[in-house]
Design a protein around this ligand. Structure first.
Ligand SMILES: N[C@@H](CCC(=O)N[C@@H](CS)C(=O)NCC(=O)O)C(=O)O
Length: 234
C-alpha cells in the first residue's frame, strides 16, 4: 500500500476488512493519494483513536485534513471522494436515473450480500454457547436469494448498474469475494461468475486483494479462499 504521509486524505482501515476493500478499490481506480492508518481493534489506543472520530467504531473512515472533516460509511466516503476529489473514473454518474441504479446496487451488495456474509463469518468467532445457528441458516438463505437476483440483474450487462464501472462494482468485489468462501456461486450462477471474474482482472481489485493476502490466515474460512489468491511463500 503506498502511504502518502501528510496527504490531505487519511483512510483508517484494516487490509483484511471487506468494507475497507470497497473504498480501497474506489481510491485505486482513480490513483488517489492517501495516507493509510491501520486500525487494530484489539489495541486500546488504536480503537480509541477510531472511536474518538466515529463512536460506532466501524471501519473504514476517511479523514479529510484539508476540509477538516471525518467521513464515515463506505458509500458516503465514495460519494464524497467523487464530489471533492474527482478522478478519471466516475464512480457516481451524473445522470439522475443512472445514479439511482448505482445507489440501489451498492445498497444491495452491502445489505444483502455483505451483511449476511459478515453474520456468518462473525458467528465463527463467537464464544462457545453464543453461536446463532438459526441466524446463520437465515443468512445462507439470504445469500442464495441475492445470487438469484444478481444473476437476473446482470443479464447482458457488463457491470452491475449498466455498461460502466461504478461505486456498486466497488461494493460487489469484497461482498462476492468473501461470500463465495461461504456459499459458492461459481457452479450455479454463470453470469454472476463471469461478472466477478471480469472485476477480478481490474488493477484496483488485484491490488486490494494482494494487500489483504498477508492477513488471510486470520479469516475463519481461510481454507475456502481459492489458492490463486494465496502467495506461495515456501
Ligand atoms: N455500513 C458500514 C459497514 C462497515 C463495517 O461493517 N466494517 C467492519 C469491517 S469490514 C467493522 O468495522 N467491523 C468492526 C466491528 O463491527 O466492531 C460501511 O459501509 O462503512
Amino acid at each position: 500500500m503506498d502511504n502518502y504521509r501528510n496527504s490531505d486524505l487519511v483512510l483508517y482501515l484494516h487490509p483484511l476488512a471487506s468494507f475497507c476493500h470497497k473504498v480501497l478499490i474506489a481510491l485505486y481506480e482513480n490513483g488517489a493519494k492517501f495516507e493509510s492508518k491501520l486500525v487494530d481493534l484489539s489495541d486500546n489506543d488504536s480503537r480509541d483513536e477510531l472511536l474518538s472520530q466515529w463512536s460506532v467504531g466501524k471501519i473504514p473512515i476517511l479523514r479529510d485534513r484539508l476540509h477538516k472533516k471525518t467521513i464515515p460509511e463506505t458509500s458516503i466516503i465514495i460519494e464524497y471522494l467523487d464530489m471533492k476529489y474527482p478522478g478519471k473514473v466516475k464512480l457516481i454518474p451524473d445522470d439522475p436515473n443512472l445514479v439511482l441504479e448505482v445507489r440501489l446496487w451498492d445498497r444491495f451488495f452491502d445489505m444483502y450480500v455483505s451483511d449476511p456474509m459478515q453474520k456468518i463469518v462473525l458467528d465463527q468467532i463467537r464464544p462457545d454457547g453464543k453461536h446463532d445457528p438459526y441466524g446463520v441458516d437465515q443468512s445462507i438463505t439470504k445469500l442464495s436469494i441475492a445470487y438469484e437476483m444478481l444473476e437476473a440483474q446482470l443479464n447482458s450487462k457488463e457491470f452491475i448498474a449498466g455498461e460502466f464501472f461504478s461505486m456498486a462494482d466497488c461494493s460487489a468485489v469484497p461482498a462476492l469475494f468473501f461470500a463465495d468462501t461461504i456459499l459458492s456461486f461459481r457452479n450455479d450462477y454463470p453470469k454472476l461468475t463471469n461478472y466477478y471474474e471480469r472485476l477480478l482482472k481490474r488493477h484496483s481489485v488485484m491490488r486490494t486483494i494482494e494487500e489483504a493476502e498477508p492477513y488471510f490466515q486470520l479469516y475463519p474460512f481461510y481454507d475456502k479462499i481459492p489458492k490463486k489468491f494465496i502467495k506461495k511463500t515456501i
